[in-house]
Design a protein around this ligand. Structure first.
Ligand code: NI
Length: 262
């Protein structure tokens, strides 16, 4: 069994849309102050032994543009709720695609998306990226100075060094409940529970979570992801809409990230 994900990009414009042939621009391409979207469609199934395909990606593009695009056009025009619009999109695509639909992910900005699976259209996953800048030093008290230097290298610098961390919580929200858990709620909770707590701090010295002399853990990207999860989870769960924090991914650089829990 395979999963295949196809990204379909398109714009919704105020007037007649120009045709698009550039994959980055999408089809239709943007015109003036139109809105640009990316839809990640993941299908599941066995590959055809003759073609080697799970599904012809041209068929995915065609189904999205024929069946989903009108729903998005209506949603933009009537200012409908994106998650409820995604419910309609998931239902129409799972009914029209020739192979099982695993999930659909709607990227509303490069840093925020909604995901839904046809197996559970009563819930959606919300992702949003945040960032904070902080210093840290990797130095384990269980190792000698020489062992620390050998293991951590530059990251063992005695006065620490800085990173621009990116934090991405994934929250499961109910679509049938009231009140709703909104992106604004996630922004507000993450800002107070994580960003304000760590931004422009020396993690080892300014926070108890990462001060090993006060029972804290080493500020590795793995531990930062876990601590962010533990700080966010109870606050998110306490919201009246009963959302659930699924995981937190933290990027230390654009090449290194950790997700907790796996
Ligand atoms: Ni570092």
């Amino acid at each position: 069994m395979h999963l295949l994900t196809r990204s379909v990009r398109f714009a919704i414009n105020h007037g007649v849309s120009p045709p698009g042939s550039n994959g980055f621009a999408g089809n239709p391409a943007i015109d003036g102050f139109g809105r640009w979207f990316e839809l990640l469609v993941t299908c599941r199934g066995n590959i055809d032994p003759v073609t080697g395909y799970l599904i012809d990606i041209k068929a995915v593009d065609s189904h999205v543009r024929t069946h989903a695009l009108p729903l998005f056009e209506r949603a933009v025009s009537e200012r409908l709720d994106p998650a409820q619009t995604l419910q309609s999109v998931v239902r129409v695509l799972s009914g029209s695609l020739p192979v099982p639909l695993q999930s659909v992910r709607l990227c509303l900005t490069p840093y925020h998306d909604l995901e839904m699976a046809p197996s559970d259209t009563a819930h959606a996953l919300i992702r949003q990226r945040f960032d904070f800048s902080a210093a840290h030093r990797l130095h384990s008290p269980a190792l000698s100075d020489a062992e620390n230097l050998k293991l951590y290298g530059k990251c063992n610098n005695p006065r620490g060094h800085g990173h621009n961390y990116i934090v991405q919580p994934v929250v499961q929200v109910r679509l049938d409940g009231a009140p709703a858990f909104s992106l604004a709620d996630l922004e507000s909770i993450t800002d107070s529970a994580v960003i304000k707590h760590f931004d422009h701090k020396h993690l080892n010295e300014d926070t108890t979570e990462f001060n090993v002399n006060q029972g804290g853990v080493l500020p590795s990207v793995e531990n930062i992801a876990r601590i962010c999860y533990e700080r966010l989870g109870p606050v998110i769960a306490a919201h009246a809409a009963s959302p659930k924090l699924i995981s937190v991914t933290v990027w230390e650089t654009d090449r290194t990230s950790a997700t907790f829990p796996a």
